[in-house]
Design a protein around this ligand. Sequence first.
Ligand code: ATP
Ligand code: MG
Length: 688
Amino acid sequence: MSGLNLAQLQAVHYTEGPCLVLAGAGSGKTRVITHKIARLIETGLQPRRIAAITFTNKAAAEMRERAAGLIGRQAKEVLVCTFHALGVRMVREDGHVLGLKPSFSILDQDDVTGILKDCAGGTTDLATARQWQWTISNWKNQGWDARKALAMAQDDHERSIALIMQRYEERLSAYQSVDFDDLIGMPMRLLRHHPEVREKWQRLLGHVLVDEYQDTNATQYELLKFLVGERARFTAVGDDDQSIYGWRGATLDNLKKLPVDFPQLKVIKLEQNYRSTSAILRAANNVIGPNPKLFPKTLFSELGEGEPVRIVDCDNEEHEAERAVARIQGLRAAANPPPAWKNFAILYRANHQAKPFEKALRRANIPYKVSGGTSFFDRAGIRDLCAWFRLWINNDDDPAFLRAITSPRRGVGHTTLGALGEFATQHKQSMFGALFNAMLPAVVPKRGLEGLLEFGRQINDLEYRARRTHGAEDARAFLADWLKEIGYEQHIYDGEDSEKVAAARWSNVLEFCDWMAQRAGGQIDDTAATTTVAPTKSLLEVAQTIALLSTISEREQEQDMVVLSTLHASKGLEWPHVILAGVTEGMLPFKLDDDEGRQQKVTDDVAARLQEERRLMYVGITRAQRSLAVSWTKKRKKGREMVACQPSRFIAEMKLDAATSREDPREKLRQLRAEFAAKAQAAPHTAS
Ligand code: ATP
Ligand code: MG
């Protein structure tokens, strides 16, 4: 247990009851969790009886790695995963109690909006469907079902959404499908209403640890309470100043409730920050100062004063990107050996802000990756293939059926599909089930029917083989066969005008197959959603959790690249050098009186929203270890226009010393030199 201070040790050694570690950024909360896992095992708790819940799959993978560093192989058996992945496992094991087959499907956002549109009669536009989805999701996160939503509706608008929600619920149960919110709501209901299930899980889990506790929502808190039961052996760590998911239903009430619901709660505060220099920490403390305090905190650093925090004034977004690149080059030129690329991060408010930085980095030949953007699984082509998997796993999954049968198209037109859909509804069957109904030929034209039956046979045959495919080698061979059989490569080339684009898409598909095969071989496991710690998995086992990976995590390896990330996705992470970009009034804080980019107002309370924006700034500042630059632009693009801008109020709130926060002229010179050198190096490439 080296590398822990007294307060951390106290948190790690207190294992008999509920424990809350409440502390500011970089104070070693996450480190407490990893060490506590090791400690619990040391005291004799079996690894499989420990659950550590993280905010993202990526964080889970990292924690598993760290835990393995401390305790070796046993770490593999600890259940380290997100609330959602835990939910998958619980629903798979016990969902039958709620009438769900273990082979249920997990719907992604597209499926959900598609179903909602359908529920409303089909003439709805996407934006409206998204609004509904947002509202329904919020209701679900409060633990409401359609009946409750209908009873609570304030006006006709809400009543109409509640009615759509009712139909949506019916569809989902017919499709044997769940959405992301169900992955929390269903386990919660299972534990609440079914004592035998509750006892089983409470017996299994000897200790539950939760990281980033401040960003849990009401349902997750309920779930946690039921999981730990009366014995209440759990450890939650969090920081109320870093709560940045209020807009998605996370609530600080969960922090306030903890001492009330668990009077024996042991609260431990950590005060030393091990991440950032004093200059950076002071700016962070100053920014968060104006927010009301839920719990008073102090935070100090012993890493020395360090470089002053810099403010970078830019003309527009392109200029801002150029200056960021120059800064990175300058910092590298100033050190010998130059720091690796992965030591630098550029953070911003919204995904679309990455564009100018990507362009500038590419021009300068600097390797980078965009984290938190469109994930691998969202790319065209991959989603279609995933639909096939879903249909193999769960024949009742009508949305997957519709996607699979049209990619590639197989001479089955809309009329045929329409007739099939109507027939299936009449006979209370899934579309796939209806294919084999003896009465179907009476309602579907002959040509279409042949296509349908052919598809049905193909699905059955492939499913049979996929079920028996175990391990990496088999999986790789099977996937190659499958793609050939359905003519997928041809389908991709037919669908793209540009050969280059088609080739890129096809190579995505191959990469995806390789990824699947590796998982089937047990080489990688980042969902922890399997019931057993098996060396290999069947291809279908791997496939069931893909939907989960697609939005909650990305597959990422440690690569030597500059990181571009949204502030939200940067939570819990740290980099030696950080550039906080777009710290412009209207971007951060986000323009508070209109809702551009945000799908729905969760709260109309402007003050509360400003506080959340301030926490977002605080999260951003505290990602930096050694150097921090904050940039803003005098103009920015808004739609097609350029609008004049002011620096964010948060810049003034950092209370920097005006004399040092401007760029050091020597720094500027170094940057210019570095830029020049890089240009000279890049020139031969651009010429060829
Ligand atoms: P955040 O609020 O951003 O999630 P955190 O409180 O979880 O931060 P950690 O990520 O656990 O903080 O720790 C921050 C950094 O400090 C890490 O690099 C970690 O290794 C280091 N650290 C934590 N505790 C100690 C300690 N006692 N001695 C030395 N280094 C430490
Ligand atoms: Mg942390």
